[in-house]
Design a protein. Structure first.
Length: 91
């Protein structure tokens, strides 16, 4: 498929997107559900369009900042940062 990119997300980032990203598009939700667990690792491999990757990256960057102000979710800040960086590298 044209403009298809592939990148890996750590397990924590995958589940943050899967559970917390209620505002992403239906297409982005389908892409996260289609991610494949990489055997013997703590990562998921994602193949999606550039547009979906950019949507996820924007969501992660936005929530990276937002989680800073919520003490119980502060651990998600570096997870979001690393996931956005992984998407940047793939783009």
């Amino acid at each position: 498929m044209m403009n298809q990119i592939t990148f890996d997300l750590h397990n924590d980032a995958y589940w943050i997107i899967r559970n917390d990203a209620t505002s992403i598009s239906p297409e982005a939700k389908v892409a996260v559900e289609a991610a494949k667990r990489i055997e013997r690792t703590t990562s998921y491999r994602v193949s999606c369009s550039r547009a979906i990757a950019e949507e996820w990256r924007a969501w992660l960057r936005h929530h990276e900042r937002g989680y800073l102000s919520l003490e119980e979710h502060a651990w998600k800040t570096p997870v979001c940062r690393r996931a956005a960086e992984a998407i940047d590298a793939a783009l």
